[in-house]
Design a protein around this ligand. Structure first.
Ligand code: SF4
Length: 492
């Protein structure tokens, strides 16, 4: 019996889809569902669905926002020239063809259906730019009627599971009409689109984080590899972790203590703990085997840093001493016999860059502080720097030019910092883009890896030869940042 035939017999579609329904609840809502939820307007759902073909969801979202400022009714669309529609829907895929279809759409709607969007697949197929996928999706999303909408994600994933064994989306649609329980017809497309964009991607699917890994036959799949973690090397190197936990109490409710144990680090530096030590559960404050120190902001529930260490430091200090005040709980330093370990939570430049000046002042003070430390002994400086240094350090550099975290001023400070003799350790091992440490909670950004690399481990020039490895641990969840890691040799 073939692998496919076996898989088709064993397949429990209810188990698969109900597991994924829970899994994708935290993913971004597919754009067409979003348009429906926001507008409750079949005409706008139809237009958004036509635009969304072969177009990334975030592009469709931008385009629809722009277009729907001008277009509320079919008459509005009819009044626009093709060139103007092209301008409005650029850079959607095949925008020239789509502009022609959209220009022709109102007339067809009026002549065939009296100006309203029909609610059956057969009728929708008579409209320009509407294929089976679009028609099925509009019927499901705009009218809440069961239909079998098969796009490339659905076609691909159903074949990976062996639920169908088909060559084209059309064949998949016909198979699913026969086999898929009707109770899933309204929802399975949204579930599989979100899952296919996030975890079960077309290239290198993230099977290592998939809740179906144990059940999935993975037909024809070459799974992506879990992110590599450098080897420590028989006790020669210490493992240091830096992690912005985005609220330590919230992180604890998302499995922080389990992650902490798995990280198995000698020092763990946390930023943005947003709590005073006394507000923390004793089992968080005092993790067995570690000393811990907390430096909180004067303002409650804001900022704050903490360090846990298996190693016994000579001294622990908070703030930057004479180099500047630290009322926001942003710096904590552990002094060891042969190096300083400095945990820093840099300010965010803020909405509208309202805090850019504050941040630049902090940065200048901090650099003076670190320069003074490195005159005495080696320095390991880590934390959330709140800046993406170069275009390869964020997914969308062009559209973020001048935004908080990617202003010329913040990036210039990073240049100055590196010119002062510090090294960004991750770049000692990896010079590629696509490696990020922070992702917005919106738009399913993390599973689509639309992120920023803003968390760093840096060392002074004397300590470079002690760096044995550096990594981004993007498989560790529980915050909108992931931990970053440094392996630091015990001696130089
Ligand atoms: S195990 Fe891999 S191939 Fe199977 S559904 Fe999950 S991500 Fe896709």
């Amino acid at each position: 019996m073939s692998q496919n035939a076996t898989a088709m017999q064993d397949m429990d579609i209810d188990l698969f889809l109900s597991t994924l329904k829970k899994e994708v609840a935290s993913y971004r809502t597919p754009i067409v569902d979003l348009v429906e939820a926001q507008t409750r307007d079949p005409f706008k759902v139809l237009v958004a669905t036509i635009i969304s073909a072969r177009t990334k969801d975030e592009v469709t979202a931008d385009v629809c926002k722009r277009l729907f400022e001008k277009v509320h009714l079919p008459e509005d669309l009819a009044s626009l020239e093709v060139e103007e529609i092209e301008r409005l829907i650029y850079p959607a895929g095949f925008y020239r063809n789509k502009a022609k279809y959209l220009k022709a759409l109102p007339e067809k709607l009026f002549t065939l259906f009296g100006g309203t969007v029909p609610d059956s697949v057969e009728e929708l197929l008579k409209l320009p730019g509407v294929g089976r996928k679009t028609a099925n999706l509009v019927v499901t999303v705009a009218f809440g009627k069961p239909a079998v909408c098969v796009d490339t994600h659905v076609h691909r994933i159903m074949n990976i599971w062996g639920y169908v064994n088909t060559r084209t989306p059309e064949q998949t649609e016909m198979e699913l009409r026969k086999r898929l329980p009707q109770k899933w017809w309204l929802t399975f497309n949204s579930i599989l689109v979100a899952f296919g964009q996030g975890t079960c991607r077309p290239v290198a699917p993230r099977c290592y984080q998939c809740p179906l890994e144990k059940h999935c036959p993975q037909i024809g799949v070459k799974p992506g590899r879990a992110p590599k973690r450098p080897r420590r090397g028989d006790g020669e190197a210490m493992r240091f972790i830096s992690w912005n936990v985005n609220g330590l109490r919230a992180a604890v409710s998302k499995g922080f203590l389990e992650s902490f144990a798995e990280l198995d680090a000698d020092i763990v530096a946390l930023q943005e703990i947003r709590a005073r030590a006394e507000q923390l559960d004793p089992k968080v404050r005092n993790i067995p085997g570690y000393h811990s120190w907390f430096h909180s902001a004067e303002k409650k529930g804001y900022s704050g840093v903490a360090v846990y260490s298996r190693l016994d430091p000579l001294k622990v200090t908070t703030g930057m001493g004479e180099n500047g005040p630290d009322p926001e709980g942003r710096v904590i330093t552990l002094e060891f016999p042969d190096f300083f370990f400095v945990n820093i939570y840099f300010p965010n430049a803020g909405r509208g860059l309202a805090r850019l000046d504050y941040k630049l002042e902090f940065n200048r003070n901090l650099l003076e502080y670190l320069k003074a430390l490195k005159e005495k002994k080696g320095v390991v400086a880590c934390g959330d720097f709140n800046v993406a240094h170069t275009p390869i350090d964020l997914a969308n550099p062009d559209s973020n030019e001048g935004n908080a975290g990617y202003t010329p001023e913040e990036r210039a400070w990073m240049d100055t910092f590196l010119e002062a003799g510090f090294t960004d350790t991750f770049r000692m091992f990896n010079s590629e883009g696509g490696h990020y440490t922070w992702w917005s909670y919106r738009f399913n950004a993390r599973s689509r890896n639309i992120g920023w690399r803003i968390d760093y481990f840096c060392v002074d020039s004397k300590s470079r030869n002690r760096v044995a490895g550096a990594a981004i641990l993007d498989h560790v969840t529980g915050s909108d940042h992931c931990p970053v890691e440094l392996l630091f040799k015990k001696t130089g």
